[in-house]
Design a protein around this ligand. Structure first.
Ligand SMILES: C[S@@+](CC[C@H](N)C(=O)[O-])C[C@H]1O[C@@H](n2cnc3c(N)ncnc32)[C@H](O)[C@@H]1O
Length: 242
């Protein structure tokens, strides 16, 4: 396996080598902003659905919130950025009782769920009256990006169809939420792309892959064009349980 394939087989661990920030466009600043908009404060009962290495759990704990993490593949205890409970599990089942949370945070994870409606229904079930869903996600307009599945997964571009802004809004509202506001993160997405490009010699790695690398180079260039023209984007939203 060449280094690019190795990195893509465990993309979140590979990305953590490049950044200490949470693994989504905008990093910790975007998480703080999202938490402000969702009123995360002392005493807030928060579940981070797809918490990864726990960086956002740490930001919630800094505010005096009571964070709980859920991830299919969480960092090991000693690697977690925070001393908070983290449950190993799937986004289809939240490990909490009905009406027991104030905030469900889902940063760059809803798109990875096998059942987006099911995950949103779980968020609604778990949230108490007035509870907030705080999510950020990749959105795509137009055709599904042309990528091999292992690359699409690493770039949060799986299930690339039907993931435009309007459909995201409709799904959230359909699950029993009223949207407070949506924010566009185009600049954050471009900056993350540049940060990774600065630190990873993608061209060199693709060269090592021969013909397959040439195909991937072409697809990466198409992808860059889609980010530039905004048909692949990143948005955040806060929605209140109604
Ligand atoms: C792009 S990372 C985002 C991590 C974190 N939310 C952040 O912003 O730093 C996606 C995370 O979702 C987790 N994940 C992906 N699919 C999942 C699933 N079906 N159930 C639970 N966790 C999942 C991955 O293990 C990974 O930690």
């Amino acid at each position: 396996m060449n280094p690019l394939e190795a990195a893509l087989s465990d993309p979140w661990a590979a990305l953590r080598e490049v950044t200490d920030d949470p693994l989504h466009p905008g990093g910790a600043a975007a998480t703080r902003d999202l938490m402000d908009r969702a009123d995360v404060a002392a005493g807030t009962r928060l579940l981070d659905a797809g918490c990864g290495g726990g960086e956002s759990l740490a930001l919630a704990a800094e505010r005096g919130a009571h964070p709980l993490g859920l991830d299919r593949d969480p960092g090991l205890d000693e690697e977690l950025a925070v001393d908070a409970p983290v449950v190993r599990g799937d986004l289809g089942t939240f490990p909490v009782r009905d009406d027991s949370l104030d905030v469900v945070l889902a940063e760059c994870t809803l798109c990875l769920s096998d059942d987006v409606e099911g995950t949103l229904a779980e968020a609604r079930r778990a949230l108490d009256e007035g509870g907030r869903l705080a999510l950020s996600d990749v959105v795509t307009d137009g055709d599904e990006p042309r990528l091999p599945p292992f690359v699409a997964g690493a770039l949060c571009l799986t299930n690339g169809k039907d993931r435009d802004r309007e459909r995201l809004r409709a799904r959230v509202e359909g699950a029993g939420f009223e949207i407070r506001g949506v924010r566009d993160h185009r600049e954050d997405l471009l900056a993350m792309r540049d940060q990774v490009a600065e630190q990873v010699d993608l061209d060199g790695l693709l060269t090592l892959m021969g013909d397959r690398g040439d195909d991937l180079r072409e697809q990466a260039s198409e992808l860059a064009g889609r980010v530039e023209d905004g048909t692949i984007g990143y948005v955040s939203l806060v929605a209140e349980a109604v």
